[in-house]
Write a protein that binds this ligand. Structure first.
Ligand code: AQP
Length: 329
């Protein structure tokens, strides 16, 4: 069976971009693939963060994943820092990681743009990501479009490591991306990618009031200034969200009413809010239940880490043996 690996950072609350672009796909894929899902907290410390809330955020992201349908009986769900082999393989991969390519990564350039002092962890983030994936010899990686460059880097690490240490029989696979039709959800500002750190999100677990408060001021077709101007749904970010949340009848209605100025953007937003609230309600309810039992959630994650380590230790031994380390069997 093919194995998939994917991860999510506990840098904030899960949002609908994470869900549409990745998490919903993981839930579907866990039926068909050997699935490993990780809350990647080691990645989250590459930018300034609040020490006091990291643990809770990490648990909350895991709760969001379970509420969205990740089944820890079927998939392995765990927290990255509970499996130290990630950090060790990361180090071993630095021996083949090309510095020039790390410096050219779009995410690195974006995230360091406004920083006075750049943590080395931010530069090396893609090496750790390669270690995350290859530690489980995963050959498929379901992600959003923003991760494609990093995944190409993982493939490069795999090729370089195999060439250096396993030239006759390649050990690491060259994993392929699995994208969804919602591979890049734009934020409520209508400009940048929906992103936890940009505050342009709708949270997966937001209450109906929070959803409406965020959608009300959201950017729409910039050319539509007054209610009487006809709009163009094709350039309206909220129409894209209708496509993911509303029924075909509502989508058709939105299309006509927008083009003919049959209603204002606020009417359109109200319909979207209603569809979103209805779609996300079961996830929110399951999350509320799970939050009542944080010890139970921690036990699930500990069991996930045990299962992950059983695979990780084996890969690490094989890697070290091929690299010639003393005592590696
Ligand atoms: N806007 C998006 N559209 C589609 N997919 C997305 N993903 C993230 N944003 C979108 C996908 O969600 C998975 C988990 O992402 P992550 O939290 O680990 O990393 P990220 O891409 O860095 O997410 P954020 O929200 O942008 O976090 P910050 O602001 O902390 O950097 C990934 O598969 C990602 O592709």
């Amino acid at each position: 069976m093919d194995r998939i690996f994917s991860g999510v950072q506990p840098t904030g609350d899960l949002h609908i971009g994470n869900w549409l672009g990745a998490v919903r796909n993981w839930v579907a894929l866990q039926e068909r693939y050997d699935t490993i899902i990780c809350v990647v907290d080691l990645h989250a410390v590459t930018i300034p963060y609040e020490v006091a809330t990291l643990e809770v955020r990490t648990r909350d992201v895991a709760i969001g994943l379970m509420a969205a349908g990740i089944d820890p009986e079927r998939a392995i769900l765990f927290v990255q820092s509970a499996v130290p082999e990630h950090a060790e393989l990361n180090w071993l991969f630095t021996s083949v990681a090309p510095l020039g390519e790390l410096e050219r990564m779009t995410q690195f350039k974006d995230k360091t743009e406004k920083l006075e002092s750049i943590p080395a962890g931010l530069l090396c983030y893609p090496i750790l990501q390669a270690a995350d994936i290859l530690l489980y010899l995963a050959n498929k990686v379901p992600v959003g479009e923003d991760q494609l460059q990093h995944l190409e880097f993982t493939r490069e690490i795999s090729r370089r490591w195999n060439a250096a240490y396993a030239p006759d029989a390649p050990y690491f696979p060259e994993p392929q991306a699995l994208l969804t039709p919602a591979k890049r959800i734009v934020g409520l500002d209508g400009k940048a990618k929906m992103s936890k750190s940009l505050g342009n999100t709708v949270g997966l677990l937001d209450s109906p009031d929070e959803i409406w408060a965020k959608l009300r001021p959201a950017a729409t077709d910039p050319a539509r200034v007054t209610k009487k101007d006809p709009g163009n749904p094709e350039i309206c970010n909220l129409f894209e969200l209708h496509r993911h949340f509303s029924s075909p009848e509502t989508i058709a209605e939105v299309d006509v009413k927008c083009r003919t100025a049959g209603w204002g953007c606020l009417d359109c937003k109200r319909r979207l809010a209603d569809a979103m609230i209805e779609t996300l309600a079961p996830i929110r309810e399951r999350a509320t239940e799970l939050k009542r039992d944080s010890a139970g959630v921690d036990a699930v994650l500990a069991r996930g880490a045990e299962r992950a380590r059983a695979i990780a230790t084996k890969t690490l031994s094989e890697t070290k043996r091929r690299m010639g380390f003393h005592g590696a069997r």
